[in-house]
Design a protein around this ligand. Structure first.
Ligand code: G3H
Ligand code: 13P
Ligand code: ZN
Length: 330
């Protein structure tokens, strides 16, 4: 058993309390490799933002769980070396079983998500409660989920959103003992969150997606005041990345994300953790494609992964400073 405390990590308890009270959200950025981790840590150190390093089960398989743990430990030391100690959480994203959560807790994760959102309600409660009971023995915080996001989640494809039912939240959080709750109010995973026919055009001809269901968020907040809320699927799919990708041989069409103003509004409420993965993938891909197109003779990975890392860092700094409001809060 490796405790996250030995690795210099923190759980999310205090961070969420401060974020809810302070009207901002902590970034939860997914990582699978060294360049992503370097970009996340350097961006968050430079903007003095707390950060959640988020690892999916796919990332765990891709990068190797032992390596990931040492990378997170390295991230803590790297932040110190960069000159500013920021709180760093290592979080399992979309854990789908008790065993996976237990394994992560025993290998140094300070926070886990148990995603029982696709299960019948009582099964979701039972599974989440089981994970919480184990996690809390080790001071590890737990995120549960109620409601189903449209799109792909945990290899399950949902055609439409099943919004979180505000009447269920009190029962769910009290019976399970979770530390935070992921909800469904109109966000979804990936780079294709809306089709153009779901959108309207503004005066500049830009496609504007339907707004998030802030009415549901408000109802949830009324029932569990101050309780930490999590938003998954919160990439904004910046058009400049999509344009660059397509300009240099990519083929992404109709990719539309969550407008940043909506995320800013959510961050000011009890939403205290905002998950962003796809925007980072787009930023990296755009940078790599640009190098390949402009320098076809280049074959040193540092020459294309370096620019990808720079683009990522810029993106993450923008998120902490201009979208989530977590800059300066470390
Ligand atoms: O919510 C899913 C995250 O974007 C992780 O995606 O399972 O492909 O690593 P992944
Ligand atoms: P995006 O696909 O919108 O980046 O969402 C990521 C996420 O929710 C990870 O859990
Ligand atoms: Zn997610």
């Amino acid at each position: 058993m490796v405790s996250y405390k030995e690795l210099g990590l923190v759980n999310s308890k205090e961070l969420f309390k401060k974020a809810v009270d302070g009207g901002y959200a902590i970034p939860a950025f997914n990582f699978n490799n060294m360049e992503q981790l370097q970009a996340i840590v350097s961006a968050c150190v430079e903007t003095k933002s707390p950060v959640i390093l988020q690892v999916s089960s796919g990332a765990r398989k891709y990068a190797n769980q032992t390596l990931l743990r040492y990378m997170a430990q390295g991230a803590v030391q790297y932040a110190k070396e960069l000159g500013y100690e920021i709180p760093i959480v290592l979080h399992l994203d979309h854990g789908d079983s008790f065993e996976l959560c237990k394994d992560c807790i025993e290998s140094g994760f300070s926070s886990v998500m148990i995603d029982g959102s696709h299960l019948p309600y009582e099964e979701n409660v039972a599974l989440t409660k089981k994970v919480v009971e184990y996690a809390h023995q080790h001071n590890v915080t737990v995120e549960g989920e109620l409601g189903v996001l449209a799109g792909i989640e945990d290899d399950v494809q949902a055609d439409h959103h099943t919004y979180t039912e505000p009447d269920e939240v009190v029962d769910f959080v009290t019976r399970t003992g979770v530390d935070s709750l992921a909800i469904s109010i109109g966000t979804s995973h990936g780079a294709f969150k809306f089709t153009p026919d779901q959108c309207t055009r503004n005066e500049n001809g830009v496609l504007v997606p339907p707004p998030l269901r802030f009415d549901i968020l408000e109802e949830i907040e009324k029932r569990i005041p101050g309780f930490p809320i999590v938003l998954h699927g919160s990439s904004s799919v910046p058009p400049q990345y999509v344009e660059t990708i397509n300009k240099y041989g990519g083929k992404l069409s109709d990719s539309i994300g969550i407008p940043e103003e909506q995320l800013r509004r959510a961050a000011k409420s009890a939403v205290c953790k905002i998950n962003i993965d796809s925007d980072g993938r787009l930023a990296m891909t755009a940078a790599v494609r640009e190098v390949f197109a402009n320098k076809p003779a280049e074959f040193d990975p540092r020459k294309y992964l370096g620019p990808a890392r720079d683009a990522l860092k810029e993106l993450y700094m923008h998120k902490t400073e201009k979208v989530l409001g977590s800059a300066g809060k470390a």
